[in-house]
Ligand binder design. Structure first.
Ligand code: SF4
Length: 284
């Protein structure tokens, strides 16, 4: 399979310069390569997208896909994965989608280590509704709902996912497609909950290209199995200060997944049912 085989005829309506293009142009070759290498067959891939500008990515990749409602990409993906563990499920969600209404789902997905990949198009603004603040907008953000400047500091989503038990935590940037491709590939191949926060620039309502270009750097000689170091790197930038802003895979560990634990639980329940039935039959 070639990248061009994953294109669709849907007209692209993203604004010129939107960071969503980088995510789209990174995920397609990764999926094509994984299929070509026999690692993930494209017919076993399911893309789940939410509500927001990012959601249209499901229209632009020729693969199985599902449009979820706002904040609910992760529970939909969880259901798909549990119903058919052979599927490789990739969620695309916005920061307003996953970090506001959907935050509880994100925390529980990390805690359970459900074997899905979650890619957040974190443009730090509600683009589709023309520029309101989101949980990752910086203090002082001037938007339609905060014309005098936002007084609330942002959350650091990497720290939240890490503290919740996430087994793969990474950050990418929509200006730097090779790094995005490397991260997406590793995230998809990771067995467990993979979380990638992509600093995806909204060229129309919050253009941070210059800001990021001056501050981002790629993690090098970083051991993602080192918990303390991973946490230290996640805290290096709090989405509010002036950086520097590390990019790459911060943390990765092998751990049992929700599917593994679900199977164990099911077998215990079956065993318990058998013992109760046996006891009742003896009694009757
Ligand atoms: Fe992209 Fe922003 Fe335009 Fe939405 S509003 S398509 S996020 S540039």
């Amino acid at each position: 399979m070639k990248t061009k085989d994953l294109g669709t005829t849907a007209p692209n309506t993203w604004c010129p310069g939107c960071g969503n293009f980088a995510i789209l142009n990174a995920i397609k070759p990764v999926l094509a390569d994984l299929d070509e290498e026999g690692l993930v067959a494209i017919e076993n891939v399911v893309l789940v997208s939410g509500i927001g500008c990012h959601g249209k990515i499901a229209d632009y990749v020729k693969a199985n896909s599902f449009y979820a409602i706002h904040g609910r990409t992760i529970p939909v993906a969880t259901g798909i994965k549990l119903a058919n563990p052979d599927l490789n499920v990739i969620c695309f969600a916005g920061d307003g989608d996953a970090y506001a209404e959907g935050l509880d789902h994100l925390i529980f997905a990390a805690k359970r280590n459900i074997d899905i990949t979650t890619i957040i198009h974190d443009n730090r603004v509600y683009g589709l509704t023309t520029g309101q603040y989101t949980p990752t907008s910086p203090s002082g953000f001037l938007g339609r709902s905060t014309p005098a400047g936002l007084e609330v500091p942002p959350i650091n989503p990497l720290e939240i996912v890490f503290a919740s038990g996430g087994s793969f935590v990474a950050r990418g940037y929509s200006h730097g497609i090779e790094l995005l491709k490397d991260i997406f590939r590793e995230a998809i191949l990771h067995r467990g909950f993979s979380f990638v926060d992509v600093l995806q620039v909204c060229a129309t309502f919050f253009n941070l290209y210059d800001y990021y270009n001056e501050r981002v750097y790629t993690l090098e000689e970083h051991d993602p199995r080192d918990r303390d170091r991973a946490e230290e790197k996640m805290r290096e930038w709090d989405y509010n200060s002036d950086g520097p802003i590390p990019l790459g895979i911060f943390y990765r560990e092998d751990a049992s997944t929700f599917g593994d634990n679900f199977m164990k639980y099911n077998s215990k329940i079956t065993d318990l049912e058998g013992r109760i039935r046996g006891a009742l039959e003896g009694f009757l």
